[in-house]
Design a protein around this ligand. Sequence first.
Ligand SMILES: [Zn+2]
Length: 134
Amino acid sequence: MHGVFHFFIGLIVGLILYGLGVLNLGLFLIFVMYSFLIDIDHLFFFVWKKGLNFQEWIWLHKSLYRRKEAQPYLFHTIEWQVVLIVLSFLGEVFFVLFLSGLLHVFLDALVHYLYHRNFHWLRRWSWICVIMDK
Ligand SMILES: [Zn+2]
C-alpha cells in the first residue's frame, strides 16, 4: 500500500484516538509518524538482499510491489509485534507503536489478500516461518 495512503489513514485514526482522549499530543504524533515510517524496514531488506546498490533497490521494489510479494520486512513481522507488546509493559509509547503498526500491517494484509485471495503469503511475515520453510 502506498505511503501517502498509510499516512492519511494513520492521521484519521490518530485524530479519532486523540479526540477521544486516548492519545495525548506527543503520542498522537508518534502514532501518525509510525503509521507510515514503519515501511523504512523495506530499506533494511533491500540492503540485506542487494547491498548499497540503489538501482537494484528500485528494481527489486518494483518487482515485489507489482506481484504483491510478501517479504520478511522486520517491522511487519509477527515477532516484532510480540516485541512491542512485551515492551508495552515498560512504557505506553511502545503500545502506541504497536497499535499504529497493527493498523499499518492490517492495511497491508488487506491489499495482499485482495490481490492473492488467500493467506499463503502471510508466512513470509514471520522470521520463524521463513527459517522453517527453508
Ligand atoms: Zn507496509
